[in-house]
Design a protein around this ligand. Sequence first.
Ligand SMILES: NC(=O)C1=CN([C@@H]2O[C@H](COP(=O)(O)OP(=O)(O)OC[C@H]3O[C@@H](n4cnc5c(N)ncnc54)[C@H](OP(=O)(O)O)[C@@H]3O)[C@@H](O)[C@H]2O)C=CC1
Ligand SMILES: CC(=O)N[C@@H](CCC(=O)OP(=O)(O)O)C(=O)O
Length: 352
Amino acid sequence: MTETNNKVRVAIIGSTGYGGVELIRLLQAHPRVEITSVISSSTAGVPISDGFPHLTNIITRNLDGVHPAEIAEVADLVFAATPSGVSTKLVPELLDAGLKVVDLSGDFRLKDGAVYEQWYKHPAPKAELLEKAVYGLCEVFGEEVRDVDFISNPGCYPTATLLGLIPALSAGWIDASSLIIDAKSGVSGAGRGTSLMTHYAEINENFKAYKVNKHQHIPEIEQVLTQVSGEPITVTFTTQLVPMTRGIMTTMYATLNGAYTTEDFIELYRQYFKGRQFVRIRDLDVWPATKEVSGSNYCDIGFAVDARTNRVTIISVIDNVVKGAAGQAIQNLNLMMGWEESLGLTFTPIYP
Ligand SMILES: NC(=O)C1=CN([C@@H]2O[C@H](COP(=O)(O)OP(=O)(O)OC[C@H]3O[C@@H](n4cnc5c(N)ncnc54)[C@H](OP(=O)(O)O)[C@@H]3O)[C@@H](O)[C@H]2O)C=CC1
Ligand SMILES: CC(=O)N[C@@H](CCC(=O)OP(=O)(O)O)C(=O)O
């Protein structure tokens, strides 16, 4: 990989979407990255600040078209912040052109193509690429990310959910057959395209469930939980849209396998995530709120054991666009490059 002035050259496909624009914001402040191309399939040739005035005098370059060979001439690594279905076709061409790739879509997260087709309703990528893609949940699989050239960035809901469940499941503290996940997202999770679902009058002062038991993140969560626990796991997973711009809260319920206390959970998770600065385990009765991670790469997790019901409630929050997308993608870049994983990501949440 070429490093110019000690910097890696990076291109962003889908730079006119929410994930891409957030990558621009974060990478602008990254000390080891130079953005050499911002790419659009529909508006190439115009300055990106035409459509995004907040980038005026920050990114002065024009949008480039989607041409893998040309991208490979100016960049070493590309972020594909593209819709599912698009990445399936694009990523092989980018890899063939010699680029490293971090793909933000759901296309390469599921190892079984038939499962992908069942949930995503698109033709699956080739099996060898599904095999090659490394699932970049940094705090769990960070060692596997080092020195690879193709990362599949985890989904937003799965990031919050998996970080909230894996330590307790790995330790055998919770019953794997009892998992219920109640998930809520701000509307930026749906991307920049307009739809009736996210239209202001439909979501303002409203709160609605969608894709109940049908969400494409269900097999992703089940695949990873099955992998870490060694036994087949299914989950009940309900997604809901909240009238806010950013943020995900997942509230998880599980039956306990023993007489563990809330303090035990806090200690278990602090040990599991020791040295991983982006996961913050809350003190007793200090519940995480989405605002407390907004604009940052943190995932905050809190617990309450209920001895009466023999269940634990686990609450996990992230900013869907940062830790759920662009921030985690940069964390993966850092690991791929052998840099400190927090490089360029150590900013404080925006509050209030
Ligand atoms: N928003 C979020 O919180 C999260 C999103 N993701 C995933 O990240 C990806 C990007 O999401 P998000 O930014 O929200 O989506 P958006 O809909 O906001 O943006 C997607 C972008 O992809 C570009 N695009 C569309 N078709 C093509 C094509 N054929 N070739 C190249 N580029 C294309 C579009 O830009 P143009 O027309 O200019 O090319 C568009 O701006 C998606 O796969 C999404 O599921 C994952 C986690 C969280
Ligand atoms: C609020 C909202 O609509 N969120 C989206 C998140 C989709 C996403 O990020 O898609 P992939 O991870 O599968 O690429 C959804 O629920 O479908």
